[in-house]
Ligand binder design. Structure first.
Ligand code: ZN
Ligand code: ZN
Length: 160
């Protein structure tokens, strides 16, 4: 009798809907928490750092979930990813146009106001005929803390 099965089927349906609802809620909570952490951080955090912060709020979250969400958030333009050859991928919640300084000593990233803006894009576009969407400029060197610390080889030379 098919009618006898109906309540059971319905029950499954409700369970499945609840499960789906729960997963969706969990996913959006995770994404919101990750976004909040990146937006409020000023240190241009790595995925590992974000993971450490989000874990305080959502202890069950995995590093893989954080990676996956950061990828989605940067693809949708909600955070910026700062890709750099040879460096760790870092994330930035500051969405206004700005440049970065990356310390070669400690890896810290600092924001540098973009004073060239779209002017530079226009100049390069006019010169090359390329269609420029944006530009990425990274300054490198040593932050004040790292400037104070001498490399071990120099320290030995001083003591010897
Ligand atoms: Zn440094
Ligand atoms: Zn930045």
């Amino acid at each position: 009798m098919p009618s006898a099965l109906q309540p059971v089927e319905r029950l499954h349906e409700v369970d499945a809907n609840n499960y789906h609802y729960w997963i969706t809620m969990r996913n959006s909570r995770q994404r919101e928490a990750i976004l909040r952490v990146v937006r409020t951080a000023t240190c241009h955090p790595t995925a590992e750092w974000v993971y450490g912060e989000v874990k305080k709020e959502l202890p069950g979250i995995s590093l893989g979930t954080v990676y996956r969400n950061l990828k989605v958030l940067s693809e949708s333009g909600e955070v910026q990813s700062c890709d750099s050859s040879g460096g760790t991928m870092r994330y930035d919640g500051t969405m206004t146009s700005h440049h970065h300084f990356r310390c070669e000593g400690c890896g810290n990233m600092v924001d540098i106001e973009d004073q060239l803006g779209s002017e530079l894009d226009g100049q390069v576009a006019a010169r090359t005929g390329l269609s420029i969407r944006c530009h990425v400029l990274e300054f490198r060197g040593l932050c004040p803390d790292c400037q104070r610390v001498r490399p071990p080889s120099e320290r030995q030379a001083i003591h010897g």
